[in-house]
Design a protein around this ligand. Structure first.
Ligand SMILES: Cc1cc2nc3c(=O)[nH]c(=O)nc-3n(C[C@H](O)[C@H](O)[C@H](O)COP(=O)(O)O)c2cc1C
Length: 348
């Protein structure tokens, strides 16, 4: 029987060679000026060589105060975007697609004294209270997302993802526990969704019609006065209507700790519901590390792509190994890898 994991998938004008996506993972190994360096380049290049269909970058900060750490990559300048071109070119040479994850850490920024958030409520004692974002901050932020999206296109990315989960800025706006504003950006769900939706509109306008837009959503905060699945479902429909193509489903982390259960594929059920309600493509994320589970999620129609984090951190060549396990012949980015035969054949 054919493997779904190793079948291609098309979103708008982009086709990926297989369904294995490297989930965004911050390496804390860039430079203080937000530029790509050899370490980060080699890290992603290894995953492109290893056969992933698509690579998600780690958080790319849309403005300097949106960094989690001083070692985050940025996309707030043209110079940073030009530096990323090397990475997109290499991914393409390996027949991998690559998306830029546009991000803002909000109150979870570890930089001292610059964090903004919907309200001046600290994430924890260590990070301290952020400044409440003014209306000017909000307007500037939307323009920074727009400019970052334009730079991502110029840098050669195949798609863009808006990071709106994991307790970072856009998630903070959506969750009542971190958003106690009384203006148009707080209170009702409609108001709490306003900034995320304006960001979606700005980014969609900035990128070509044929380019897919991904959205990393939070599907539930497990009753911590955060986001509920019903709210996530409503938001999903709103972003679909504004041109989002795929929802990458996350849960929790609006407060320190994680309240939900963790098991192989633990976030997939939320994606299944959102897929049924919106008809959107879904990226399943969370403890997916086996070919069997990936095949099950894809072939049963619960997800369209599997977004793998730690499995690809442990082993950049996981996709090539999985292809062998599935009995599928894949093209190696370096064809000589095909000569990595077993111990009962002579290597030469
Ligand atoms: C070291 C590390 C860094 C991460 N950094 C990011 C990030 O930059 N952006 C993001 O959206 N998620 C980030 N995540 C979350 C992963 O993308 C992924 O959702 C999570 O690890 C669950 O998938 P897994 O069980 O396959 O690892 C990070 C995870 C790890 C382990």
């Amino acid at each position: 029987m054919a493997s779904t994991v190793f079948s291609p998938f098309t979103l708008r004008g982009m086709t990926v060679k297989n369904r294995i996506v490297m989930s965004p993972m911050l390496m804390y190994r860039g430079q203080d000026d937000g530029m790509l360096n050899e370490y980060v380049y080699a890290h992603y290049a290894a995953r492109a060589l290893g056969g992933a269909g698509m690579i998600g970058t780690e958080v790319l900060a849309v403005e300097p105060r949106g960094r989690i750490s001083a070692k985050d990559l940025g996309i707030w300048s043209d110079e940073q975007a030009a530096g990323l071109r090397r990475l997109t070119d290499f991914a393409h040479d390996c027949d991998a697609r690559i998306f830029a994850q546009l991000a803002h850490a909000g109150r979870k920024s570890h930089l001292t004294g610059t964090a903004i958030a919907p309200s001046a409520i600290a994430y924890d004692e260590t990070l301290g209270a952020p400044a409440e974002a003014t209306i000017e901050d909000i307007e500037a932020l939307i323009e920074n997302y727009r400019a970052a999206a334009i730079r991502a296109v110029e840098a050669g990315f195949d798609a863009v993802e808006i990071h709106a989960a994991n307790g970072y800025l856009l998630h903070e706006f959506l969750a009542p526990v971190s958003n106690t504003r009384t203006d148009d950006y707080g209170g009702s769900l409609e108001n709490r969704m306003r900034l995320p939706l304006r960001v979606v509109e700005a980014v969609r306008e900035a990128i070509p019609t044929g380019m897919p837009l991904l959205y990393r959503i939070v599907a539930s905060d497990f009753g911590t006065d955060g986001v509920t699945i019903d709210e996530a479902s409503r938001l999903s429909k709103e972003i679909r209507d504004r041109g989002v193509d795929l929802i990458d489903v996350q849960t929790g982390n609006i407060l320190p700790g994680y309240e939900g259960p963790v098991y192989p594929g633990y976030q997939a059920p939320y994606g299944t519901r959102i897929k049924a309600e919106t008809g959107l493509a879904i990226g399943a994320t969370g403890s997916i590390a086996s070919l069997d589970l990936a095949e099950f999620l894809l072939a049963s129609g619960q997800a369209d792509l599997v977004m793998m984090g730690r499995a690809l951190l442990r082993d950049p060549f996981w996709p090539i190994r999985a292809a062998k396990e599935a009995g599928v012949e894949v093209d190696f980015p370096i064809p000589t890898y095909a000569r990595a035969t077993g111990p009962f054949e002579r290597g030469f």
